[in-house]
Design a protein around this ligand. Structure first.
Ligand SMILES: C[S@@+](CC[C@H](N)C(=O)[O-])C[C@H]1O[C@@H](n2cnc3c(N)ncnc32)[C@H](O)[C@@H]1O
Length: 267
């Protein structure tokens, strides 16, 4: 049982396990695979298309962390909605640049909690922590992150492929503001978000609708203007809010995605 109040449920598909399935992981159940395959029917390219998209999201996460560690000198990360550990977890990428980097991971899903020990064991002692919390209660995420992170020094807040699980009723803008208000000037926000208005992918709203019929979470696609609103008051790092393949491409298998990505600095 996680502190967020739920036990691992093998009968209802969960976002973290569907994501793991799409990334080729083995921490998912038949119910997750069935839900993913049913929702993929909305896409002309089927499951292969969405696999490429989630892989592209993971590579964006890696590029953003490398940029922050290498070029922006960031040594603290708060990664909310971290998911089941995969390749290139935040601490692995950041600590390859600066081994002293501290990372706090956070997620609501009991399966992710069950894998937290694995994450912590793969880092130097004391540098990585895990917070079992709902992003819709940012005060708890922040309170527990203070065990590991120094909130007087810049922190990169990572909200990668998680804001699309917050509906407008959850006040996602207020949640992002609360997180950003807690960190000092020179901190960063990293966002990726499923796009509702990418001209190459008109089917994303239908994909979301199909997922919502079967999964535990509610999935919301948003347009570029709405995604940009999450970064209000921050200085956008070039090239701004763009489809992932346009965000500082490094030539590593870049494909078109119905996902926007952005990195921005708190002035
Ligand atoms: C698509 S995965 C993204 C994982 C990782 N950030 C990445 O981009 O590779 C989304 C994760 O967000 C988590 N999540 C969804 N709603 C959440 C909430 N309200 N609070 C915390 N985590 C949440 C899910 O459990 C899942 O692990």
């Amino acid at each position: 049982m996680s502190e967020s109040g739920s036990a691992i449920d093998r009968h209802v598909p969960h976002a973290s396990r569907i994501y793991d399935y799409l990334l080729g992981g083995s921490n998912n159940f038949e119910v997750d695979r069935q839900a993913a395959n049913a929702a993929m029917a909305a896409l002309p390219g089927g499951i292969d298309e969405i696999r490429l998209q989630v892989q592209a999201n993971r590579r964006f996460l890696g590029r953003a962390v490398r940029y922050l560690a290498d070029e922006a000198n960031i040594r603290q990360f708060l990664d909310a909605g971290t998911g089941i550990p995969s390749d290139d977890n935040v601490h692995a990428v950041a600590q390859a640049v600066a081994p002293e980097t501290r990372v706090v991971y956070s997620d609501i899903d009991p399966v992710v909690l069950a894998h937290a020990r694995e994450l912590l064991a793969s880092a130097s002692p004391g540098t990585v922590d895990y917070v079992d919390a709902d992003l819709r209660t940012p005060s708890k995420v922040l309170r527990e992150a203070r065990r590991t992170l120094d909130f007087d020094r810049p922190i990169a807040v990572m909200l990668v492929a998680v804001l699309h699980f917050l509906t407008d009723n959850d006040s996602p803008l207020g949640i992002v503001r609360e997180l950003l208000d807690a960190v000092p000037s020179g901190s960063y926000l990293v966002v990726s978000h499923m796009a509702a208005d990418h001209p190459e992918f008109p089917e994303m709203a239908d994909y979301a609708r199909r997922l919502n019929e079967v999964t535990h979470e509610t999935f919301v696609v948003r347009g570029r203007a709405d995604v940009t609103e999450f970064l209000t008051g921050l200085d956008l790092v070039e090239p701004g809010v763009v489809p992932l393949k346009e965000w500082r491409p490094d030539g590593d298998g870049l494909v078109s995605t119905a996902i926007y990505g952005a990195v921005a600095r708190k002035p």
